[in-house]
Design a protein around this ligand. Sequence first.
Ligand SMILES: [Zn+2]
Length: 465
Amino acid sequence: MTEQPGPPEQCDLLIVGGCVLTVDVNRTIYSDGAIAISGNTIVAVGPTRTIEKAWTAARRIDAGGGVVHPGYIDGHYHAGLHLCRGSIPDAPGGGTGVFKRWINAITEEDEHASALLASAELARNGFTGFVDAGTSFYPDAIAAAVNAVGIRASLADCMLWDTVGMETLAGEVERAPNDRARCLRDLGGQLGRNKDAGARVRGHVALYGSGSGTDELMREAKALADREGVMYHQHQSLTKEEADYDRNRFGKPALVHYAEQGLIGENSAFTHMNVLDEAEVEAISASGMALVWHPGNFMYYGISQTGRSAFPDLHARGTSIAFGTDIAKAWAFGDLGIIAYLVSREWGQFLSSEAILEMFTHGGARAIGMPGELGAIEPGRRADIVIRSADHPDSQPGVDPVKQLALIARTRGVDTVLCDGEIIVRHGRLTRLDEEEIYRIARRSAEGTAERADLRPKSNWPRVT
Ligand SMILES: [Zn+2]
């Protein structure tokens, strides 16, 4: 005699008929899969026929055979600087000089406009969260914009630096003076956001990095992150010049020094890390620290000419890696997967499509400090979920949904996005805000900032207005 199943359980939302890439511990794919969601939490996932028997819901979304995956998380984004693209030059030689002018010209209203468009763009491209890079003068304005769109973010204090080092910017931002007393006063200023466990905008510890922090300041940052149980981020080893500078000041490679000094550990997530020697790769791997990778900048600044990327090796050693878009100035959100794949192939290395999706999901979840809650579709995790349309040619023939998504479809075809169980994108449009209004605010801000920074875009083609 077989046991009769009980009546179906009630949940809030059922997603059915999707090709569900769970990215769970076994990397299970349900070709015809379904997800049951209650409140902000995933309560069940499995074949549609099984889930439909066990669960009933007031609302139901048919994924129509499209790919369903965990929301992507960007591990490093300067949300307040999103609107500089098009105004800063795309030719060589721009560098930090133009960024300095832009940074010094932005207002609170500009940072809000910038984060509003960045958040909208992230959501529309299948991202449900990002780690702010800690360069906003008005974190509350960033938080308000992120909350308005409905995605997640983790914020940090603005440009904490107590030496200039190789980072010329560290002596040129009036509103963020190079001053240890200021840094110690501001450090951890965003952590109060974590008191609300349900908050989508949280806080972490960050220094600017890139040689602009002394060991003393780094020690304070690491100790605070340890005490508060949050992540500690900074820029590190972007270029060969920067790596050489640190090697000179420490008498050894930076990451070896940091490991010896106890300044890196499982709660550290450093961004860039383009120039690393073998001893540093060992130190990183042994420390258990996480990394945030920008293979686009690695090529854009010609860093790839100075040596191969250590990231494929670090991935093979099990280091947690997220992608971080930094500023979407010459690439869009989601482009870094294909760039990472090609950067790896250039040196005869290989980064699998599965690895790329793990970086967008698991790596991002680790970088934002929520590794057990985000990054996979399985019971108990937050319902941060993306549903792609199957009704576009880039998704076809889809015989290998992982390769198709990672390398071909990339961010195309995002139909529905859930954050915390809430539908924030439906049929490819934001549900909470009028996108036309966001674009109007963004255009006005970009034009105003460019005017004040004397960085008005110059058209190489005759432009009739
Ligand atoms: Zn950055």
